[in-house]
Ligand binder design. Structure first.
Ligand SMILES: Nc1ncnc2c1ncn2[C@@H]1O[C@H](COP(=O)(O)OP(=O)(O)OP(=O)(O)O)[C@@H](O)[C@H]1O
Length: 247
């Protein structure tokens, strides 16, 4: 078994003491490609935010072997403000901010990398287009180009193919496979079971608690998916709070 990239140890994440993820333990090995699957409200996005460090655990911990600076995180499109007046090229170059610093000018080397990244996502010639003028699919391509500039060893994607056309999905899945071939660790929240079965070797099934985590064929069974749906019916009425010590 390869080394751990990320380890979850009894991880519990809550909003105002209401737990959204509870007692999750396990390891994402370096170079693994994992889908997180679960019903609406299962805590999938919350789990990614906990891994990135946007939410502090109420209990347990997340350990990232290479440090959190090595994590690139793509939130759901709905959480990204597209009204900001920025050109596509600058939005992509922002992926390199750790290397160039926020206030420094973008040099020709980064400009070259931006052009390469735009070509890789099929957006050649888009560098001077305002981000606000793009379709949802084109915008998602821009965000993937920015990930290319970020060059992180761990990539977290929250519903990356939501509201994105089929062709864009196929192109971006190719990029995900390419990253996997480069031994990056990739974790993606997904709703399309066929996509998960076809492209993701490992699946983490979440329904606030961990249901199963392992090879996709063993995890995505009719019995597990049935159990998962059953669990989602329970949590709305439960609505309990964590004790003070676990806030
Ligand atoms: N910022 C927040 N403040 C309070 N509660 C939140 C917040 N974000 C999420 N929640 C709640 O936490 C629970 C888990 O939400 P989360 O978004 O992680 O689920 P999800 O599995 O990603 O759902 P979906 O598939 O619908 O995106 C839900 O009950 C949700 O209402």
């Amino acid at each position: 078994m390869s080394e751990a990239a990320i380890t979850l140890d009894d991880l519990t994440l809550a909003y105002d003491r209401r737990p959204a993820v509870q007692h999750v333990s396990g390891v994402f090995p370096c170079g693994s490609l994992t889908a997180i699957v679960g019903p609406n409200g299962a805590g999938k996005s919350t789990l990614l935010k906990g891994i990135v460090g946007l939410i502090r655990p109420s209990r347990g911990r997340v350990t990232c072997a290479s440090g959190r600076a090595q994590i690139a995180y793509l939130p759901q499109q709905a959480e990204i403000d597209r009204s900001f007046p920025i050109m596509v090229g600058d939005a992509v170059a922002a992926g390199a901010w750790r290397r160039i610093g926020v206030m420094r000018a973008i040099g020709p080397d980064i400009r070259g990398q931006v052009q390469d990244a735009l070509s890789a996502v099929g957006l050649e010639g888009f560098a001077r287009r305002p981000v606000g003028s793009l379709s949802a699919g084109q915008f998602q391509r821009v965000l993937f180009a920015r990930l290319l500039l970020q060059d992180a060893s761990i990539i977290l994607l929250d519903e990356p193919f939501n509201a994105v056309d089929q062709r864009t999905t196929a192109d971006l899945l190719r990029l995900v496979r390419h990253w996997h071939g480069e031994q990056r660790t990739i974790i993606a929240v997904l709703h399309d079971y066929e996509q998960v079965r076809a492209h993701f070797p490992t699946t983490l099934l979440l329904a606030r608690r961990l249901l199963e985590w392992g090879p996709t064929a063993n995890v995505m069974t009719p019995a597990n998916l049935h159990r998962m749906r059953g669990m989602s019916e329970d949590w709305e009425e439960a609505g309990f709070c964590l004790p003070e010590a676990h806030r």
